[in-house]
Design a protein around this ligand. Structure first.
Ligand code: PRX
Length: 657
């Protein structure tokens, strides 16, 4: 990226100065207190050992950390079973009757699943998977809607020491296939269909396409929508046949602390998604610890709801592993927030008495658009702590969340982290922090991060730079599946000399030293809190027969944070029809079917040329100027300076609604 491009990303300095102290009542009985910061700094490994004691280890570790940058081993020599920690342990402790999951289906059906129920379901699923040949180290792909079976499946894999690779339900067959192939998965767990905005949409029909010609031996199918499905005898198995008939007794075996737990694919700066690898002991320790302190979770009292999908890391860490390790009672909702009406979330908060509500800024902005009179109709007095994740939250949305949802009573924790970090890294503590609207504030106790300049030197207060993590942390990724070189190159080469992990985000310190996240500094877009690489969308566009070249940028979007804007050059001799509204729509749909609806460009414009440097690099900064309707910036490094005039003059014609 050009220097000027970096600095423009980093110069968006905020002037927010309001602060909100924690409510006195919450502070008085908070799970974490101010002294934790200094305690963790004084003895980082001792602090993490203390957090690891939240879990039940069948064999205690010998060494807290072995660090040979960039390769970490945490709790070396320790053994545990992750699923046992999330399920059986609570039953053994006498909490089998506690509801683990209040599941709310989109059509209005619901299920209350206690820890004892969860234990039976996970054991049955583990037995069924074992009967299909799944064992230690195998990979299981999962593409499911937000139904309890998704949780059972993940925990059953963990119980068996098999790795799950969960693929978001909105991803295309091609995207699922690429992930199955990369991980060489043996079994796929899916469903007949999924409810989307009140209607059943097919699922297995799509997953069948993904499975063709791969390593998948068995497909386990949950019946959810009663949709007719294509069936391959010998390969396909109904969940209600295989799982329901399996024994509910299963003895969990212990695995090494560093035994792989899951792979989760995320977008990077190239077209090929990265399989982020997480392991067991360190991951679960930080998942449990952060869930405990950032949400001030009180087992047996709190009713927790994280609105993420299980297909993203937030669903892994803050629906499955963190909350269940802590014996939480949580709500899982299957559907969209406006089905059957725009008050659905508040109705659910009211129904279950939700005390902790964790969501994404993009959804808060959507609620703002729908109007404050909608949440006003519901009793939200049960809420105690609110959280956000996935993208920077603008102060306006933060204030709205505080006023209209938290009714001025609830602290907001803006949690910064990534698929790679495994769990929250930078966030306020709800009983300690005097929070500022829009700031993630400071690294959690035990975590060390800094904002640095190009040379790796910490910048001063009031200055911006790159966010790095300068000390290893327990839930850090252990690598990219099958690609050690890419792991080193992507995260550890930018500040190799200093040994810093480079997060890819820009950030700044305000005058008080609080951290403000400023978005990605690489070619990764953030659309509704989801990471999509520009290259991925460009590859999808050029795979269409009419397109020869494409450049994609993320442009500021009021609701989704960023929206995808594409500039395409069509094949020589293309007709006017190929440039028309119909053809543009077909192109947008093509991207949607190649990657998934989340990657569908908001806007595509046909251009004759793309702005390139003399060395042939596309200058996205200029395209972003066009996409955001700004005056085009410095064009002096362009090979052909007339290109931008042509592009801006054509912009109005190709606007897509
Ligand atoms: O750019 C940051 C943004 O989301 C990226 C990580 O995306 P992903 O791996 O999909 O995980 C999302 C859920 C943890 C980061 O590099 N991001 C995440 N949380 C925040 C954020 N940006 C600003 N503030 C946040 N709280």
């Amino acid at each position: 990226m050009a220097e000027s491009e970096k600095s423009s990303a980093l110069s968006a300095l905020s002037t927010e100065s309001r602060t909100f102290p924690p409510p006195a009542e919450l502070a008085a009985q908070a799970n974490a207190t101010e002294d934790w910061y200094a305690r963790a700094d004084a003895d980082r490994e001792g602090f993490w050992a203390e957090q690891a004691d939240r879990l039940l280890w069948t064999k205690k570790w010998d060494t807290v950390l072995e660090w040979e940058a960039p390769f970490a081993k945490w709790f070396v020599g320790g053994e545990l079973n992750v699923a046992y920690n999330c399920v059986d342990r609570h039953v053994d402790d006498g909490n089998g009757d506690r509801v683990a999951i209040h599941w709310e289906g989109e059509p209005g059906d619901s299920r209350a699943i206690t820890y004892a129920d969860l234990q039976r379901e996970v054991c049955k699923t583990a037995n069924a998977l074992a009967a299909m040949g799944v064992g230690k180290g195998d990979r299981v792909a999962i593409q499911l809607p937000m139904i309890p079976e998704a949780v059972f499946s993940m925990l059953a894999c963990a119980r068996l020491g098999a790795m799950h690779s969960v693929v978001f339900g909105g991803f295309s067959p091609g995207a699922l296939k690429a992930r199955i192939e990369d991980a060489e998965a043996k079994v796929l767990i899916t469903s007949d269909g999924q409810f989307r905005r009140g209607k059943p949409a097919p699922m297995k029909e799509n997953t069948d396409q993904a499975v063709e010609g791969t390593t998948i031996e068995k497909v386990l199918v949950v019946k959810r929508t009663e949709t007719d499905v294509p069936w391959t005898d010998g390969r396909d198995v109904w969940w209600h046949d295989a799982v329901d008939s399996a024994s509910d007794q299963h003895t969990a075996q212990s695995f090494d602390a560093e035994h792989p737990l899951f792979i989760l694919y995320t977008s990077g700066t190239t077209g090929k998604p990265k399989g982020i690898l997480h392991t067991s002991g360190g991951y679960l320790t930080q998942a449990a610890y952060t869930h405990h302190v950032t949400f001030d979770h009180k087992p047996g009292e709190s009713v927790y709801w994280c609105t993420a999908d299980i297909g993203w890391v937030t669903g892994h860490t803050y629906i499955v592993y963190g909350p269940l390790a802590n014996g939480a009672t949580q709500v899982i909702y299957e559907g969209t927030p406006n089905t059957p009406h725009e008050g659905r979330h508040w109705e659910i908060v009211d129904k279950y008495g939700v005390t902790i509500y964790y969501t994404a800024p993009t959804l808060i902005r959507t609620f703002m658009k729908w109007g404050e009179d909608i949440p006003a109709k519901y009793d939200l007095s049960s809420l105690r702590v609110l959280g956000t994740v996935g993208e920077p939250i603008n102060p306006e949305a933060w204030m709205w969340f505080r006023t209209r949802i938290g009714r001025e009573r609830c602290p907001i924790v803006d949690t910064w982290w990534q698929t790679e970090t495994g769990a929250t890294m930078i966030a306020p503590l709800p009983g300690v922090t005097h929070a500022k609207p829009g700031s993630a504030m400071r690294p959690l106790p035990g975590i060390s991060a800094a904002v640095v300049d190009d040379s790796g030197t910490r910048v001063g207060n009031g200055e911006g730079g790159y966010l790095v993590i300068d000390k290893p942390w327990p839930s850090m990724l252990r690598g990219i599946w099958g690609d050690t070189e890419r792991y080193q190159e992507t995260y550890w080469s930018r500040f190799a000399e200093q040994g810093f992990y480079f997060a890819g985000d820009g950030a700044k310190y305000d005058d008080d030293g609080a951290i403000w996240l400023l978005g990605r500094v690489d070619d990764v877009m953030n659309v509704s809190g989801h990471r999509i690489s520009t290259t991925e969308v460009e590859s999808a566009l050029v795979s269409h027969s009419t397109v020869v070249e494409a450049a994609v940028v993320g442009a500021a979007d009021e609701t989704t944070g960023q929206g995808i804007v594409a500039f395409v050059i069509l094949r020589a001799g293309s007709t006017d029809e190929a440039k028309g509204a119909e053809a543009i729509k077909a192109l947008r749909d093509h991207v949607s079917s190649e990657i998934g609806p989340i990657a569908k460009p908001r806007q595509i414009m046909v251009v004759e040329e793309l702005p390139k440097t003399r060395s042939g690099k596309i200058m996205r900064r200029l395209l972003r100027d066009v996409a955001e309707n700004r005056e085009v910036g410095d064009v002096s490094t362009l090979a052909d300076t007339s290109v931008m005039d042509l592009i801006t003059s054509g912009m109005q014609d190709s606007k897509e609604e």
